[in-house]
Design a protein around this ligand. Sequence first.
Ligand SMILES: NC(=O)c1ccc[n+]([C@@H]2O[C@H](COP(=O)([O-])OP(=O)(O)OC[C@H]3O[C@@H](n4cnc5c(N)ncnc54)[C@H](OP(=O)(O)O)[C@@H]3O)[C@@H](O)[C@H]2O)c1
Length: 314
Amino acid sequence: MASLPFSILIFGGTGAIGKHITSAILSAQASPGHSISIFTSDATASNPEKEALLSSWKSQGLRVVTGDLNNAQDVSRAYEGVDVVVSCLGRNTLTAQTELIRLAEESRSVNWFFPSEYGTDIEYDASSKDEKPHQNKLKVREFIRSNIRRVQCTYLVTGPYLDMYLTLLPSVAAIGGYDVRSKKAMVINSGNDAVGFTSMPDVGKLLVAALRNPEEAKGKVLKVQSFVTTPLDIVREFEKQTGAEWTTDYTSIQALRELEQQLWDEGKPLATAATLRRIWAEGRTLYQKTDNEKLGLAADDMETLSEVVGRAII
Ligand SMILES: NC(=O)c1ccc[n+]([C@@H]2O[C@H](COP(=O)([O-])OP(=O)(O)OC[C@H]3O[C@@H](n4cnc5c(N)ncnc54)[C@H](OP(=O)(O)O)[C@@H]3O)[C@@H](O)[C@H]2O)c1
């Protein structure tokens, strides 16, 4: 497949989803005369745990730019000659993106920006604007609507990552999940409510597909996913692959709501996960049609439930 005709700069490229996005962009390669870079802190660049990853990426041609993302000079310098910025910043730095986007608008070269989304649809319906975990992403979208004219932005809305959904946290079991070691699952309601998921490697694939289809992607909110399944179908897949019967417990949406409220009242970080799991269980990941096809991706281009569960049981 043709290489990417852009110079691309990635923020948060070594983060949880950034790793998959950076790997996919590097595999797609930039065409001659273009570059792929990540902007990262000195601390990350010299972190021994990230050394192997960074050196393998460097051997694939990645440029590593270090600096402080809150320093306008560092960022403007990094933008020189860059066409596309892909932000994969984590939840605690989402609002820093308004300045990054303002500097992109000011730059002479950046013309396409992907703000860090890669998750729940923050404008799914009228209830979405009141959900606490959506507030910072909504602020970023509002800033872009009101202030950004030249740079085009693309929001890649992927829904939950199945890879992360498969975890069961004992302290908050009522939010649902799967524990491979004890072969136990906790599902919401009957376990038969469909949820649209994207696997983490597919987020990278979908981002590259957006880069390959600028006419479909620029200026758009893209709703994409790997597949739709149910919590009980996931249990059955685990049973098939582990060759054992699992114990499944059920929790009501009401119990989930009560736990969610308690976690917010106590200021616990897991409140975000509880709210998001409730939104997903209530069906706000489902669409008549996704934008996968517009990006040239068919169902069999995406990972399957079996592949993602297979990775979880290793
Ligand atoms: N759909 C889902 O199920 C799901 C799950 C998790 C996350 N997400 C979304 O994915 C996006 C990325 O989240 P993530 O969990 O991948 O992020 P993350 O791993 O927490 O952080 C990503 C990167 O952000 C940078 N960063 C984080 N804190 C920073 C700080 N205080 N100052 C400067 N830089 C900082 C770091 O970059 P450097 O190391 O390069 O400095 C870090 O590697 C978010 O929009 C999040 O909402 C979705």
